[in-house]
Design a protein around this ligand. Sequence first.
Ligand code: DAH
Length: 373
Amino acid sequence: MSASKQSYDPVEVTPLHPEEVARMRDEALGAIAKAADLDELKHVRIAHAGDRSPLALANREIGALPPAARADAGKRVGAARAAIAEALRARETELEEERDRRALAEEAVDVTLPWDRAPRGARHPLTTLQERMADVFVAMGFEIAEGPEVEAEWFNFDALNFEPDHPARTMQDTLFVAGASGGEDSGVLLRTHTSPVQVRALLARPLPVYVVCPGKVFRSDEPDATHSPVFHQLEGLVVDEGITMAHLRGAIDAFIAGMFGEGLATRFRPSYFPFTEPSAEVDMQCFACRGASVEPGAPPCRACKSEGWIELGGCGVVNPWVLVSAGIDPERYSGWAFGLGVERTLMFRHGAEDMRDMFEGDIRFTLPFGMEV
Ligand code: DAH
């Protein structure tokens, strides 16, 4: 707005009137005094001392005054701007001190607080138990195998010799992610057991195979004391030449000795799984009462519910069809497999009564297991 070439009547240049300059100055000083923090002061500075502030714009009008009036107006505007600059400086110092005082108070660290009593996270008892179970097999020379939790229906069912119309395939038990079928096109599901890792391990590894696979499995169950839609299993698989059920019994006995101590009897009860033949449920003699609680008049046993035996899981000799699914010659190779429940083991080994305690996250449940990390 360079207007020096035009002739203005000084009376018309309103922004330069003494009262107007004083008004702009007072408005600025008021705003500065009211700024509550440095951020607000920054905006006040732009509004009242910036290039587009009323006094800066007024300053540009000085050239339009007759020479005689310029010095006077210049002094007036200059003094007002200096007063504003000074007020800004003073308020800034004040607000900075206030900010530093507040930071010192709010960010103060009480060095006398006990630093070693802050709760620190620990691994969940299911995780540590699952690892301990797998470790017993690792000590026997097994490797850890893994597979995906979102699994192809083919690995979860077909390759394991489940017929297309097997009831376990229905939505009632299985959480399908895409395309429930059982036909040519394999659907995608959340694995209902760790057994599909058997087939994956056989396809991916050179023979012989000695693996255990700990992991999460999923079923469409309502959570209650003994059910959860997500739980954990430990799968075991051996495929080698000359393997028999006797080796399975030996490995299970060694596992029980490793987890629960020496000298506990095991028993196999006939059962059925599509991927093992013959199949069995394996029980161990109760590690707590050693069977004594079944005697008449004996004190009750919480670990085995006074039955003397504890059910461990399913097992059996690998069905030749599973070996064929993985491209292995069943005439030359044979094997065995088992599946154990980790939650179940936590329940009977540690007297956990309710499965929901294992996933609800209340540390009153987990703390007694210690702070293993
Ligand atoms: N997959 C079975 C289940 O979830 C458990 C099982 C049984 C696994 C027998 C095995 C086996 O490897 O041989 O109920």
